[in-house]
Design a protein around this ligand. Structure first.
Ligand SMILES: [Zn+2]
Length: 211
């Protein structure tokens, strides 16, 4: 049976599906496919620093998104601003506990857990400490990633806003922009941070060999 970390040494070309065995690269070196010249993998020396900066910015955006108004609604002179807290209050008032709980996980618990564990992971890998913790975090993040659904919340927010446009005056709040900003950052982080490279970097940083 082939062990998982043995598979990690292999890489397949996305375009022509040629199989290669990975070789260690030096700083900023790139490996290309012999057949079709597609980029296979690279050693991005700044990956940790770049990602750390992005994660911190995303954290600040999330903090703003939680504390400021998402939208201001004006229905015939009656003005109301919607914050995340007031959203949960309204849901509780209407006894929508299941929806409330779902929202709590999608918008609050999962994003915070993902950002926080990514931050701790990158930070410790950067200073080369806590090999066990970072290994557990890599595994945890692989499980958490599919639950990153702030985008779904954002889309449902847009849909409900479009419905409200007919009957109310809607102004976008600071938190709305912060949510949007966080989504964009999240896409960049996901693109920048390859788990495959993180595992490789993990082995390099803490200096163990694949058994
Ligand atoms: Zn190829």
């Amino acid at each position: 049976m082939i062990k998982e970390h043995e598979l990690d040494k292999l890489i397949i070309c996305k375009k022509c599906h040629t199989l290669y065995e990975k070789v260690p690269l030096t700083k900023n070196e790139k490996a290309f496919c012999n057949e079709c010249n597609v980029l296979l993998y690279q050693q991005d020396a700044d990956m940790l620093n770049k990602s750390l900066a992005l994660v911190i910015t995303a954290g600040i955006s999330l903090f703003i998104a939680f504390n400021f108004s998402i939208i201001n609604i004006n229905i015939q002179g009656l003005e109301q601003s919607l914050t995340l807290t007031s959203l949960f209050m309204v849901l509780a008032e209407h006894e929508q506990y299941v929806v409330g709980l779902l929202f709590l996980f999608i918008i609050v618990i999962f994003p915070i857990s993902i950002l926080l564990s990514t931050f701790v992971l990158l930070f410790f890998m950067k200073i080369g400490k806590a090999p066990y913790l970072t290994k557990r975090l890599l595994i945890l993040l692989a499980h958490l990633k599919p639950w990153n659904m702030v985008d779904i919340f954002f889309i449902s927010l847009l849909v409900s806003m479009v419905k409200l446009f007919d009957i109310a005056n809607i102004e976008l709040g600071i938190a709305f922009v912060a949510f949007l900003f966080m989504l964009i950052l999240d896409i960049i982080i996901t693109k920048n941070l390859s788990f495959h490279e993180l595992w490789l970097l993990h082995a390099q940083t803490y200096g163990y060999k694949d058994e």
